[in-house]
Design a protein around this ligand. Structure first.
Ligand SMILES: [Zn+2]
Length: 427
C-alpha cells in the first residue's frame, strides 16, 4: 500500500495477472485499458488508481457528457436554457418530490457535482472550511466520474438522489439546529461518495469470484470499504483538505469511513437495534458529537434505501433499475456457470416480489424508527404515506400480474426470518 492508502504499481501487476487467470467476469475493461496503454509500470499514479478501480478511464464518454476533467467552468458548456431550468429546480431542492432524473438530464449528467456545489453554498461550507473552489470542483468531478454510468442503479444519479434525501433529513427540525458545519459537511460528502466505483455486482459475487477486493477486505464490507478508500484517495489526490491541520483531515477521513461503512446492509439489524434502544430509553443527546454521528449514520442509511418512500413515479423507476442490475448479475452468473444469487433470477424474481420483500424487511422497520425519532415530522409522515401506498401497489402487481410460474409460489416471503431475509438485500 502507498502512504495514501492506494496500492503500489508492483501490486497492480500481480493483481492484473491474477485477474487474467481467475475472474475475468467484470474486469475485461480494465485489461483492455491496460493493453491499450502498455506496461502497467509506465502508468502515472492516477492511471494506476484507475486500473485498480473497477471503472475504465473512458475519455470519450467524459467528453460526451460535457465534463472536462479539472476544469472548474465545465458546467457552463450547458445550454443557458437548461441551466436556467436546473437552477429553478435547485430552488426547490428540499422538496421530497424532487425529480432527480429530470435534474440529471437538465444538468447534462452532472447532477451530483451541481447538487453538491449548490448545497455547499447553501450551508456556507466553502467559506467555513476555506475550501479552494478549483479543488472542490476537481474532487466532485472525480467522484461523479468514478461512478459507473452503465450501472442501471449504482450510478452517479443514485448518489445525487441519496445526497438530496440526506439534505432533506439534515433539515429535519429535530436535527437542523443541532448540527455543526462539520456534521453537515460529513453528511453530504458521505452521501455523495457512498457507492463510488460500485461495480454493479454485490459482495457475495465478489467473494465467489475471488475478486482481489474481497481478499483485500477479508470478505467483510468489501464494497463499502472500497467506496471509502476510493473517496480517501480522491480527497488526497485533489488536495481538498490539504490546508487543514493533519489531525482534522484524518478525523474527517475516519468519520467518512464510519458513515460509508454503515450503509452495509448486512449490518442493518445491528444499527436498527441500537437505534430502537436509544429511542426506547430516550437517551439520545444531540449535544454529544458521538450521538450526532450515530444519527448521521442512520440518516445516511435511510437516504440510501429511501426509494420506496418517494412518490410512485420516481419510486417505480428506481425499483426497475435496481432489479435490472440484479438480473444482469444473474445473467453473468448463468453465463459463467455460477449459482444464481438470490433476487438475481429474472425468471423467478419479479420486480414486485423483490420490492415487497425489500420494503417489508429493510425499509419499513428502519423508517418506522426514523419516524419515531422525528417525533414524527411532516416529511416522515409523507414518506410513510408513500411507503405504504407503494407497498400495497407492488403487492397488487405481484399477485395480479405474475410473469412466470415460479411467481405463483413466491419465495421471498416464505419462512420469513427477518434477519435472514434482510441479508438477501446485500445491495
Ligand atoms: Zn447506495
Amino acid at each position: 500500500m502507498l502512504a495514501d492508502g492506494r496500492l503500489s504499481t508492483g501490486h497492480a501487476g500481480v493483481l492484473l495477472a491474477e485477474r487474467r487467470g481467475s475472474y475475468p467476469l467484470i474486469d475485461l475493461h480494465i485489461l483492455n485499458t491496460s493493453a491499450q496503454q502498455g506496461e502497467v509500470e509506465s502508468c502515472t499514479r492516477r492511471k494506476v488508481k484507475r486500473l485498480l478501480s473497477f471503472q475504465r478511464y473512458c475519455h470519450a464518454s467524459r467528453l460526451l457528457r460535457g465534463l472536462v476533467p479539472h476544469t472548474p467552468g465545465s458546467l457552463h458548456l450547458l445550454d443557458d436554457d437548461y441551466l436556467g431550468q436546473a437552477g429553478h429546480m435547485l430552488s426547490k431542492v428540499s422538496a421530497w418530490n424532487f425529480d432527480i432524473f429530470l435534474f440529471d438530464r437538465l444538468t447534462n449528467g452532472n447532477s451530483l457535482v451541481t447538487l453538491m456545489c449548490h448545497l455547499f453554498n447553501v450551508y456556507g461550507l466553502i467559506h467555513h472550511f476555506q475550501l479552494d473552489m478549483v479543488k472542490l470542483h476537481r474532487f466532485l468531478g472525480m467522484v461523479q466520474e468514478d461512478y459507473h454510468s452503465q450501472n442501471p442503479y449504482h450510478n452517479a444519479v443514485h448518489a445525487a438522489d441519496v445526497t438530496q434525501a440526506m439534505y432533506c433529513y439534515l433539515k429535519e427540525p429535530k436535527l437542523a439546529g443541532q448540527l455543526s458545519p462539520l456534521d453537515v459537511f460529513l453528511g453530504l460528502m458521505a452521501a455523495a461518495a457512498h457507492d463510488v466505483d460500485h461495480p454493479g455486482v454485490n459482495q457475495p459475487f465478489l467473494i465467489k469470484t475471488r475478486h482481489h477486493l474481497a481478499s483485500l477486505y477479508q470478505n467483510t464490507s468489501v464494497l463499502e470499504s472500497h467506496h471509502w478508500r476510493s473517496t480517501v484517495g480522491m480527497l488526497r489526490e485533489s488536495g481538498l483538505l490539504s490546508h487543514l491541520p493533519a489531525d482534522m483531515s484524518q478525523d474527517i477521513e475516519q468519520q467518512l469511513g464510519s458513515l460509508i461503512l454503515a450503509t452495509d446492509i448486512s449490518r442493518q439489524n445491528e444499527f436498527l437495534l441500537t437505534f430502537r434502544e436509544h429511542l426506547d430509553n430516550q437517551d439520545l443527546d444531540l449535544q454529544l458529537a458521538s450521538h450526532r454521528h450515530f444519527i448521521l449514520q442512520i440518516a445516511l442509511k435511510c437516504a440510501d434505501v429511501c426509494n420506496p418512500c418517494r412518490v410512485w413515479e420516481l419510486s417505480r423507476q428506481w425499483s426497475e433499475r435496481v432489479c435490472e442490475e440484479f438480473y444482469r448479475q444473474g445473467d453473468l452468473e448463468k453465463k459463467f456457470d455460477l449459482e444464481i444469487s438470490p433476487l438475481c433470477n429474472q425468471q423467478a424474481d419479479t420486480v414486485p416480489a423483490i420490492q415487497t420483500g425489500f420494503i417489508s424487511y429493510i425499509v419499513e422497520p428502519l423508517f418506522e424508527e426514523w419516524q419515531r425519532f422525528t417525533e414524527p415530522s411532516l416529511l416522515s409522515q409523507t414518506m410513510m404515506g408513500h411507503l405504504h401506498k407503494n407497498k400495497a401497489r407492488w403487492s397488487r402487481l405481484r399477485f395480479t400480474h405474475p410473469t412466470s410460474e415460479s411467481q405463483m409460489q413466491p419465495h421471498v416471503e416464505e419462512d420469513p426470518e427477518p434477519e435472514e431475509q434482510s441479508l438477501l438485500f446485500t445491495v
